[in-house]
Design a protein around this ligand. Structure first.
Ligand SMILES: [Zn+2]
Length: 218
């Protein structure tokens, strides 16, 4: 029997650099309990066309150019991975972030919350997130929040020198951009919407460009 559920293929990072941490992507058929140390979700944009590439703050750096049709949203929080018995990040889909925000008061700190996150048998299936403890731990029992950039660059095999991800902060449902499907794609590019929904989605998209609160690296 494995000591902890099988983790993502080859994206673990060695613990030598204190800023590099495991990024848990919650594979099919796994369930993870996680103790959140981040006060809010780190919002990260990526491009996906066969493999995930970061969307940089400077779009000139986006590999193959900044293409809105391949944009994908992910959320990350740092904390304690109870199955790995150590610190790390967990990657959240839009659907999981929405589920989380629906279970808590708007704008409340996520720091100290414990949640279960799981995915069913399908690799692309939805993530389910369930808060199991809302009460904050005492500060001594928690580590500091951590900026996910270095760990993500490592996971994506990207040379990060001088590059900055497009990062924002999510601490309530209003901070999650509108017009996204639960797996993080812009609905206007899936072609699956009615014209009414499509209009709403494109409005949402433009409001999502409003500068979210910027976040200082931890
Ligand atoms: Zn981009």
């Amino acid at each position: 029997m494995e000591a902890f559920p099988r983790l993502s293929k080859g994206n673990g990072v060695p613990a030598r650099d204190p800023k590099l941490h495991w990024v848990e992507t919650v594979e099919a058929n796994s369930k993870i309990r996680f103790r959140c140390w981040s006060p809010a979700i780190w919002e990260v944009w990526t491009h996906y066309s066969g493999r995930t590439q970061p969307c940089f703050e400077n779009h000139d750096l986006c590999k193959g150019g900044h293409d809105e049709s391949t944009l994908r949203w992910y959320g990350y929080v740092f904390g304690y991975h109870e199955h790995r018995r150590g610190p790390g990040f967990v990657q959240l889909t839009v659907g999981a972030a929405r589920l989380w925000m629906a279970q808590i008061a708007d704008g409340v700190s996520l720091r100290g919350m414990v949640f279960d996150i799981q995915r069913g048998a399908s690799k692309k299936g939805p993530q389910l997130l369930n808060v199991v403890h809302y009460v904050h731990n005492s500060e001594e029992q928690m580590g500091k929040d951590c900026d996910p950039q270095l760990s993500l660059f490592r996971m994506w095999h990207v040379n990060h020198l001088g590059h900055a991800l497009k990062l924002s902060l999510v601490s309530g449902p209003a901070d999650i951009p509108e017009g996204l499907s639960d797996d993080g794609c812009l609905k206007t590019h899936t072609g699956a919407l009615s014209s009414k929904e499509g209009k709403r989605a494109s409005r949402g998209k433009s409001t999502s460009r409003k500068p979210n609160r910027k976040r200082e690296p931890a």
